[in-house]
Each structure stands twice: as structure tokens, then as C-alpha cells.
Design a protein around this ligand. Structure first.
Ligand code: HEC
Length: 110
């Protein structure tokens, strides 16, 4: 398990105010976290070319980080706050925590 230290972002990385850095000063990114998370939990229904999207809206796709970023507030709402996504909710707390930190870190980046 990754131990996250509550280090305030003192301008070392260009990321959101809630972004927690690990011991090495790193934080979750698309390549070390986001891509795998959305592939595992979301793309069955939200990949552009999924054969069974279960009527997920055409406007909500998560194949790339560029598609995820504009939807950060909505993703936070349905996955972390309401736990209605993935359909039925129920993600492990650790995954929700990591997702929250990824979204916080990503939000502040250019
Ligand atoms: C089993 C299929 C399925 C999976 C897996 C799934 N979704 Fe969805 N998603 C849907 C459907 C169907 C809708 C449209 C109906 C609704 O909003 O409940 C939707 C809608 C959404 C919306 C739009 C909500 C709104 O209010 O406009 C977001 C954002 C979303 N999903 C995010 C996610 C994320 C993030 C994941 C992965 C953690 C995920 N979904 C996993 C089927 C799925």
C-alpha cells in the first residue's frame, strides 16, 4: 500500500491545492494511475468503441486523459460523493481515495 504523506504543495509541482505527494514527491498521474483506473472500472461502458455501453452517454468517454479532465467535477460527484458510478458504486475505499487524489492533482495542471 502506498503511504501518502500530507505534504502541502509548496509550489513544487503544478497541481491542485488538495494534491497529496508521496514520499518521493510524486503523485498519481494518467500513466501511473488514471489510465489503469478508468480501464479497469469505467471503460466497459465508457470506452468509445465498447460493444456494450449500457446506454452510457456518448459525451462521457474515458479513453484518454483529455476526455477525463473536463469531466473532473462530474466524476468526483458520481464516483466519490454519490457512489453511483461505476453503475451500482461499491469501489474499494482505497481506490476512491486514490481517485480523489489523482483528480485533485490533475485539476491544477495546465
Ligand atoms: C456498467 C456500465 C458502466 C460502468 C462500468 C460505468 N458507467 Fe458511468 N454511466 C453508465 C450509464 C448507463 C450512464 C448514464 C446513466 C446515468 O447517468 O446513470 C453513465 C453515466 C456516467 C456519467 C454522467 C453522469 C451525469 O450525471 O451526467 C459519468 C460522469 C460517469 N458515468 C462516470 C463513470 C466513471 C468515472 C466510471 C468508472 C469509475 C463509470 N462511469 C463506470 C454506465 C457505466
Amino acid at each position: 500500500m502506498i503511504v501518502l504523506l500530507l505534504i502541502a504543495c509548496a509550489g513544487e509541482v503544478d497541481s491542485g491545492p488538495g494534491c497529496e505527494l508521496d514520499e518521493g514527491g510524486g503523485h498519481p498521474t494518467w500513466s501511473n494511475f488514471g489510465e489503469g483506473f478508468f480501464l479497469t472500472y469505467c471503460q466497459a461502458c465508457h470506452a468509445v468503441d465498447s460493444p456494450s455501453r449500457f446506454d452510457a452517454p456518448d459525451s462521457v468517454t474515458f479513453d484518454t486523459e483529455a476526455e477525463v479532465v473536463p469531466l473532473i467535477p462530474l466524476i468526483r460527484e458520481v464516483v466519490i460523493d454519490d457512489e453511483t458510478m461505476p453503475l451500482g458504486g461499491g469501489l474499494p475505499a482505497e481506490d476512491l481515495e486514490q481517485l480523489g487524489n489523482y483528480l485533485d492533482c490533475r485539476e491544477g495542471m495546465p
